[in-house]
Ligand binder design. Sequence first.
Ligand code: IPE
Ligand code: IPE
Ligand code: MG
Length: 239
Amino acid sequence: MSQKKHIPNHVAIIMDGNGRWAKSRNQLRVVGHKAGLKAVRKVVQHASLIGIKALTLYAFSSENWKRPEQEVSSLMSLFVYALNREAKTLHKNNIRLNIIGDISRFSSQLQAMIADVQSMTLNNTGLVLNIAANYGGRWDITHAIKKIIDKVNNNELLIDDLTEDVVGKELSLHELPAVDLVIRTGGEHRISNFLLWQIAYSEFYFTDILWPDFDLNSFDEAISIFNKRERRFGQVVDC
Ligand code: IPE
Ligand code: IPE
Ligand code: MG
């Protein structure tokens, strides 16, 4: 008898390999990013359907500004296009959209769009979709430290009362279930400054599949592998 699948509460994905996907087809990198957007659409729909509570997608890292200007600007245009096109569908599907990262570096047009979509979907009760844009795990921690220092300076917090819980509450995603599973496509085995604090006890799944080719079967396969893992959280389970 097949065992019932346990659906992870929170899945985070490093969507890597768009450029190589395009290169293998003799196309420009932006063509890979456009194909990547199609994969995002399918994965979001599937996550919502199978009852994942939160999905966090790494779309643009703090370090991705180092790419050629043309690629950065086409990624920004694609972001604007996707927000415009998908906002209503997300809302209709009861999905709450949340952008994590330092959005202050984005154009005022993009910042305004982000604020609009976030407020439109704020009360939705289905999947929480977090898009990490100009996000870095180190930025997240630094940002939290600044907020904590502010609280100490304003006498809202005593240093003696600083616990892991207090720190965690200043970080992105703190209001969501812990990240159960991190998936990275594109064959690299690294974190590339994605979530740091939040993945202390996550399971990792790496696949060579390039992001635009990541489909529902690939997603289900990742969840099946996750189901076979024994999570111990530092304890002894059975010996
Ligand atoms: C990931 O794909 C998307 C972003 C970083 C925006 P890449 O663009 O890194 O694709 P590769 O790794 O060069 O193939
Ligand atoms: C990580 O991919 C960032 C995103 C997927 C948004 P990169 O392609 O930027 O990572 P590195 O440079 O290979 O570490
Ligand atoms: Mg890459």
